[in-house]
Design a protein around this ligand. Structure first.
Ligand code: HEM
Length: 511
């Protein structure tokens, strides 16, 4: 009887429900007045599909061009691309906490990046601030120098042989080896072995985290049930995440055991600093699982971001002859060629190289790599005003830095041109009337506010040292001068395909 009723009326009930859902979310929902694609107003699967295409930042930017600075990208989600939005969304502290999107990244337990507990976040930041301070950074400079020296060795082999090579791949090995030493106290030696299979599957982890996070209604189940989906691609991603987790657990266990042995004199790095970390207020330290969870976060947040950034910087320089010539002149004027084993001291590079800094800044603007939407939740019962719009409590609001960095009303119609002179006081071009200082507030490659990147100084040191060392000491040329830049995004971006180059020495080979 019940089955008969279900079969006769069930399809009508489903149709009525769907119709109600469609009409409510499109025309009566509190966010209904905001423009955006129809399917985005109906289901979070729209966002998940955009992630799947690997083109989300570019798609969102074109939607902003079409609909304006605020668009609806999910039934309960708004995305902003205007100058005045970032302060309210990211600098309102605890009243705008991270949304459930971040739960998708939990591997051991929520870490500094993923936690939505503001008290825990504040405690962790206090515990870790010493490890990321300028003094700690200085004490870790030797680690960078060793790996830059290894990178030079590999490049010099190509200079001698004259063979073409993939600079993107070499940079990826370099960035992984550095983070291995910083976060795991281990030299993975991938620059020496140069086997792509040695590189960790970080992109898979990030893609999976973003995918889980973009389907929040499924989250409690999806993380547990994905293992039963018999698709090889899904199984590969799960295995990748497990592999990363196991590597982390193993390295942390070794270092924690070593730290208990007073005979062992280990070099300071981020992992040893985590093990020693104490909250200056309460004296509380981190447990074994806390340390593993944070080290895992450093690997995920710090390696592909750095390698993606460096590869894109070299791509832009190698495809912009005038910019390249300007940079060469500045470095030739300011820096001696390096001998074997020597390096440029970071502190000395800071004030003397304005054009190199401008190139780095422009690279962060035109091709930021951390482009996942960074959603925050409106928790004030009265709602909040963002970019002159009232946004009701319970909504998720986000920005994608790529969209802000390509907003033509801020950067001018030439926003797609790599032009470091935007960052010089004597700037030329469309936005010459604006101040550099104002524009620095309009880029957010490292996020903004109290959840801004804790590793930005580490990234800054790596990027500047690699740039000036390679650009001053070698002469690179790209194999395909006309190659158009295609970017793939899994939440963190990279140049699609290799960056094929040839290289010449600017002095006799050192190694
Ligand atoms: C060019 C390189 C890098 C870029 C572009 C970058 C970008 C970002 C961005 C945009 C955020 C903010 C995320 C949000 O609001 O949800 C972030 C957070 C974070 N980053 Fe980075 N990052 C880089 C390098 C690093 C490095 C080298 C490390 C560590 C060794 C690191 C560790 C972290 C951590 C732990 C967080 C969470 C901070 C918090 O919530 O308090 N990052 N990063």
């Amino acid at each position: 009887m019940f089955l008969a009723l279900l079969l006769s009326y069930g399809p009508y009930a489903v149709a009525v429900f769907l119709l109600f859902h469609l009409v409510y979310f499109r025309w009566f929902h509190p966010l209904a007045k905001f423009p955006g694609p129809f399917w985005a107003s109906q289901t979070n699967a729209w966002k998940a599909y955009q992630l799947w295409t690997r083109r989300m930042p570019v798609t969102l930017q074109s939607l902003h061009e079409r609909y304006g600075p605020v668009i609806r990208i999910g039934p309960n989600d708004l995305n902003f691309a205007s100058e005045d939005a970032s302060a309210t969304i990211y600098k309102s502290g605890r009243t705008m906490p991270k949304s459930s999107f971040y739960d998708g990244f939990t591997t051991f337990q929520a870490n500094l990046f993923g936690t939505r507990d503001e008290d825990l976040h504040a405690l962790r930041r206090r515990q870790m601030s010493h490890g990321f301070s300028a003094a700690s950074l200085k004490s870790m400079e030797g680690i960078f120098d060793r790996h830059i020296s290894e990178l030079r060795k590999q490049i010099e082999e190509y200079a001698v042989s004259g063979e073409q090579f993939d600079l993107k791949e070499l940079i990826a090995y370099y960035a992984y080896d550095i983070i291995g030493e910083l976060a795991f106290s281990r030299d993975f030696g991938t620059l020496r072995s140069r086997d792509p299979a040695d590189l960790p599957p970080i992109n898979d982890h990030i893609f999976l985290g973003c995918m889980y996070g973009m389907l929040p209604n499924l989250l409690p189940y999806s993380m547990r049930l994905t293992k039963y989906i018999p698709l090889p691609y899904v199984q590969k991603m799960l295995k990748s995440r497990l592999r990363l987790r196991n590597t982390t657990a193993e390295c942390v266990a070794v270092e924690m055991a070593r730290s208990k042995d007073p005979q062992q004199n280990t070099e300071k790095n981020l992992l040893t600093q985590l093990i020693d970390a104490k909250d200056p207020e309460s004296g509380a330290g981190l447990t074994h699982t806390d340390v593993a969870s944070e080290a895992f976060g450093f690997l995920v947040a710090g390696s592909h971001t750095t390698s993606g950034t460096l590869t894109l910087l070299f791509y832009h320089l190698l495809h912009s002859p005038k910019v390249a010539a300007h940079l060469t002149k500045e470095l030739d004027d300011q820096l001696e060629l390096l001998d074997e084993g020597s390096s440029y001291i970071y502190q000395n590079l800071d004030s003397t190289l304005p054009y190199a800094h401008a190139c780095i800044q422009e690279n962060y603007r035109i091709t930021p790599v951390f482009t996942m939407p960074l959603p925050r939740m409106v928790t004030d019962p009265a709602g909040v005003i963002i970019a002159s719009q009232h946004i009701p409590v319970g909504s998720n609001v986000s920005m994608v830095n790529y969209c802000l960095h390509h907003n033509a009303s801020i950067w001018g119609p030439d926003h797609n041109i790599f032009d470091p002179s935007r960052w010089l006081p004597s700037r030329t071009g469309d936005n010459k009337t604006r101040s550099v200082k104002a524009d620095i507030n309009n880029i957010m490659p490292f996020g903004a506010g109290h959840r801004t990147c804790i590793g930005r100084n580490i990234a800054a040191m790596s990027v500047l040292k690699v740039l000036v060392t390679l650009w001053r000491n070698y002469e690179f040329s790209v194999v395909d001068e006309h190659e158009a830049l295609v970017i793939e995004s899994v939440g963190i971006d990279e140049k699609a395909g290799p960056l094929l180059c040839r290289v010449k020495m600017r002095r006799a080979a050192a190694f």
